[in-house]
Design a protein around this ligand. Structure first.
Ligand code: SF4
Length: 371
């Protein structure tokens, strides 16, 4: 069979699964899981839709799931999340384990905002002004492609997540005086500011412009050079959403993910990762009202979970904005990969090339050793 014929056959097979309703899928997923037993583990990110989330053996944010991927013994790791997460799973797992992403189109628009060619160009241009290897630590948010993690590994850099960004920046500043932070400018800025770095000492590198659109003086003075990337979901939250809500419900407690803008985070009572948001609201006093700036599936689930304690959890934006790429993983795709595994076929394997994986693992291990 040629590659094109194989791809067409695969597309036809997925189309047949797409016609199944969620209830049929649910029963067949449970049956396939039983047949696979401990040979297969399903990891689910907090932003997954309910119909998929309920089938996860382990749930968590990027940091928690990357640790689980590293510790799992299962032969197959089915990652219900987005592409970079399955790559991390492949990098951290043993050679005899297989990472699978149910829908290959489940990417991350923020991760796509930084590619290796542009980051290497940035590094070359920075080297015209600075001794980059001596003065700059490259830090990539885990929401990035494996080749960017490898770039960090090759240049004594590190990976971070929204849970550990501050500790990672402290690690970086203990080694070199500046940080190049990609791809999310907001996580970098919000974290730097909380560490006492003034906004003037953080500049934005516009990858569409020569020298990032910055002068030599700006580059020399900066402590953090922020890549001009953002999350399309978290940028929907606006400070006026908080103002409007507080006018109606003045005692509301506001909590934001650090991928939200600086202005939103400045108005929030608490800032933190998805795991932090869940923990904070779960442990809060009963009968409290919360306004949350993160993805809709998580907010809705949390609201249902804490309702019996008299707590109310509200989504910050008046516009419905779930992560469309996380949403791509549906029960139909999950069933398709699981039933293929039952029949001995691996579909949608995610495999990072060996050299790239080796360097990316250096940067990931730097992070895992910090926290
Ligand atoms: S919520 Fe934003 S950062 Fe997270 S996967 Fe979706 S697009 Fe990427």
């Amino acid at each position: 069979m040629t590659q094109t014929t194989a791809m067409t056959a695969q597309a036809l097979a997925i189309q047949q699964f797409a016609l199944l309703d969620d209830i049929d899928c649910d029963a067949r997923i449970v049956a396939a899981r039983q047949k696979l037993g401990t040979r297969c583990v399903v990891l689910g990110h907090h932003y997954q839709r309910d119909e998929v989330f309920r089938h996860a053996d382990f749930i968590g944010d990027s940091l928690k799931l990357s640790r689980m991927a590293a510790q799992s013994d299962a032969e197959y790791i089915v990652f219900c999340g987005v592409h970079f997460m399955a790559e991390v799973s492949d990098i951290l797992s043993r050679p005899d384990q297989t990472a699978i992403l149910p829908d290959l189109a489940a990417g991350c628009s923020m991760a796509d905002m930084a590619d290796l060619a542009n980051v290497e160009r940035c590094w070359r241009e920075l080297s015209q002004v600075l001794d980059v290897e001596q003065t700059v630590t490259p830090v990539t948010y885990i929401n990035s492609a494996a080749d960017l993690k490898a770039f960090c590994g090759q240049h004594n850099g590190i990976v971070c997540t929204s849970s550990n960004a501050q500790k990672v920046l402290e690690w970086s500043f203990a080694r070199r005086e500046k940080v190049l932070f990609f791809p999310d400018q907001h996580l970098g800025r919000n974290t730097g500011y909380r560490m006492g770095i003034p906004l003037d000492d953080m500049v934005v590198w516009d990858f569409s412009k020569p020298m990032g659109g910055l002068s030599e003086e700006q580059i020399s003075k900066a402590r953090i050079i922020l890549w001009k990337g953002f999350c399309s979901v978290h940028q929907m939250f606006r400070p006026e959403h908080i103002d409007d809500f507080l006018k109606r419900y003045p005692k509301t407690i506001v909590i934001a993910h650090p991928e939200a803008s600086f202005e939103v985070c400045q108005k929030a009572n608490y800032i933190g990762s998805t795991e932090y948001i869940l923990k904070t609201v779960r442990e809060a006093e009963p009968n409290t009202r919360w306004l949350v700036a993160t993805e809709l599936n998580l907010v809705n689930r949390l609201n249902r979970e804490v309702k019996h304690q008299g707590k109310e959890v509200h989504f910050m934006s008046p516009t419905i904005c779930m992560c469309s790429t996380m949403f791509r993983t549906d029960p139909q795709h999950l069933l398709w990969v699981l039933e293929n595994l039952v029949e001995g076929h691996v579909v949608n394997r995610i495999r990072v090339p060996e050299t790239e994986a080796r360097y990316a693992k250096l940067a990931l291990n730097n992070m895992l050793n910090v926290v």
